[in-house]
Design a protein around this ligand. Structure first.
Ligand code: FPP
Length: 243
């Protein structure tokens, strides 16, 4: 008989914000003799399931690393495919997440994206902005260093033009100039595929995040794995620098 461990999650101590580095799409595809793009497509399907489950159990925010500022270095066909997949995801968000009440937001340097994607982002964000369920942040053309550099430039400009006193440059002033303005820091960061690094994801925001890694590639990630990650997270003691 097939036996599967049930993870008892404490619904009163859920992570408020989960961030995911969806790694291993290419390896998943290669092991099956498929093109890398098939891995991304399977990854996008898994993402829908995971967002729905997070919403169902009551997670308030999920942030997913869909395309980094460094991913432009990939072969053109792969970049084009990923951009197409993202465009479809944004276009079909209403259909795919129908009844799910999901708010979709995009974090990253939008001006580096095609006009078509930029317009679709605005449409999808507007369409979902009054939903009351989980907030799904899609990190797209996102880089943590770029985000911080941008915030610093913005601060300098505001000081120069007299909108901000230099004495008022503090953590709050920086936070309010990041793409994640008004979004709480991630409590839990999940990375798949056995890699254990941040890869320029949420560098400022992860100061006190808990990390959880699995050897599974993203397209093989299941609801059971999500539950295990939350279960393990709940066993940890977070001290935020205190005792
Ligand atoms: C990393 O795997 C994955 C990416 C760079 C893209 C992630 C995108 C998706 C899961 C699908 C699209 C997302 C949305 C929001 C529709 P990799 O290609 O680096 O895998 P590898 O390390 O095995 O080569």
């Amino acid at each position: 008989m097939f036996w599967r461990k049930q993870y008892q999650i404490d619904m009163f101590r859920l992570p408020r914000h989960i961030a995911v580095i969806m790694d291993g799409n290419g390896r998943w595809a290669r092991r099956r003799g498929l093109p890398r793009t098939a891995g991304h497509s399977a990854g996008a399907d898994v993402l829908k399931t995971i967002v729905k489950e997070c919403n169902r159990i009551g997670i308030s925010y999920i942030t997913v690393y869909a395309f980094s500022t460094e991913n432009w270095k990939r072969p053109k066909e792969e970049v084009d495919y990923l951009m197409g997949l993202l465009l479809d995801y944004l276009r079909n968000a209403e259909k795919n997440l129908a009844g799910e009440n999901v708010v979709i937001r995009v974090l990253g340097a939008r001006d580096g994206l095609s006009q078509e994607i930029q317009e679709q982002i605005i449409k999808t964000e507007n369409f979902t902005k009054d939903n009351t369920g989980i907030v799904m942040n899609i990190a797209l053309n996102y880089g943590g260093r770029e985000e911080i550099t941008n915030a610093v430039k913005n601060l300098i400009n505001d000081v120069k033009t007299g909108k901000l006193e230099s004495a008022d440059v503090n953590e709050e002033a920086i936070c309010s100039r990041l793409y994640t303005e008004n979004i709480p820091d991630p409590d839990l960061i999940i990375r798949t595929s056995g890699e254990q690094r941040l890869s320029n994801f949420l560098l400022w925001q992860c100061a006190y995040s808990e990390f959880w890694f699995t050897n599974k590639n993203w397209p093989s990630f299941r609801i059971q794995d999500l539950k295990k990650a939350i279960y393990d997270y709940q066993k940890r003691t977070r001290r935020f620098g205190g005792v």
